[in-house]
Design a protein around this ligand. Structure first.
Ligand SMILES: Nc1ncnc2c1ncn2[C@@H]1O[C@H](COP(=O)(O)OP(=O)(O)OP(=O)(O)O)[C@@H](O)[C@H]1O
Ligand SMILES: [Mg+2]
Length: 225
């Protein structure tokens, strides 16, 4: 699956505006989960390089998938231990979250933050000084399978795979990956490298999002060529 997302006005300034989650993310959600290809309950959203839009897309997808029309129970997990931003997009606290669940044994339900009737958010928590403990934690797969049992879909945001090993660690557990690339900025080789890294760790790229795609030719003409 390959989908495109155009630049969105005002994205990320403070939070995702409701309007932004409408059309584009609903289409992406349907394309990811309901187009007949085998995709698991849990999907990691990951970019090759930094700042390409992984968190924006993970968050927009989770909001779109958890609307009444989507009628699914969704968990959104911020596993970006390097630069977490999802809590800001959702205007939610950063802790407690994944770090406390994995390192201190906090019960997942105690860290779940209710975003709407069908979306729970698991923030990154406070990973400072605990990165090795969080990443090499036996409880990681237990935590993620608890979420997969409790929700219809689980989306996991993570730091860029070509910069940090975190996405590879997670790919071995989550398996399915939605790869995000910044159109016209991410080199083809970086995307290929990201795919190779994810696959070498047991991941499977189930889709590619070309973010920030612009159309220099007007849409009605573009569709004819
Ligand atoms: N389609 C879009 N339209 C407008 N702005 C966007 C879009 N996608 C991402 N952005 C903006 O680009 C910046 C980086 O996006 P984001 O934080 O989602 O990237 P990331 O891949 O998660 O970065 P990081 O590597 O830091 O985790 C943010 O300011 C965000 O608002
Ligand atoms: Mg991010």
């Amino acid at each position: 699956m390959a989908e495109t997302i155009a630049p969105m006005e005002g994205a990320g300034r403070a939070s995702l505006r409701a309007g932004q989650t409408d059309e584009v993310f609903r289409r992406l959600w349907a394309s990811l989960f309901y187009s007949g290809r085998p995709v698991g309950k849990s999907v990691m959203v990951c970019a090759a390089d930094e700042g390409e839009g992984a968190s924006t897309i993970a968050c927009g997808l989770a909001l779109a998938g958890s609307t009444p029309a989507g009628s699914a129970r969704v968990a959104l997990v911020d596993f970006n231990l390097r630069g977490p931003t999802v809590h800001r997009l959702l205007r939610a606290p950063q802790a407690p979250g994944v770090s406390e669940i994995l390192v201190q044994g906090l019960a997942p339900e105690s860290a779940a933050q209710r975003v709407n009737t069908s979306l729970d958010f698991y923030a990154v928590g406070n990973p400072t000084g605990r990165l090795p403990e969080v990443l090499r934690n036996d409880k990681l797969s237990e935590f993620l399978s608890t979420l997969a049992d409790g929700y219809d879909h689980v989306l996991v945001d993570v730091a860029a795979v070509n910069h940090y090993p975190d996405a590879q660690v997670l790919a071995g557990v989550v398996k399915d990956v939605l790869l995000v690339a910044y159109t016209d900025r991410t080199p083809r080789e970086a995307v290929a490298q990201a795919k190779k890294r994810l696959e070498s760790s047991g991941g499977r790229v189930v889709g590619l999002v070309l973010n920030m795609r612009t159309y220099p030719i007007p849409g009605f003409l573009y569709r004819r060529v």
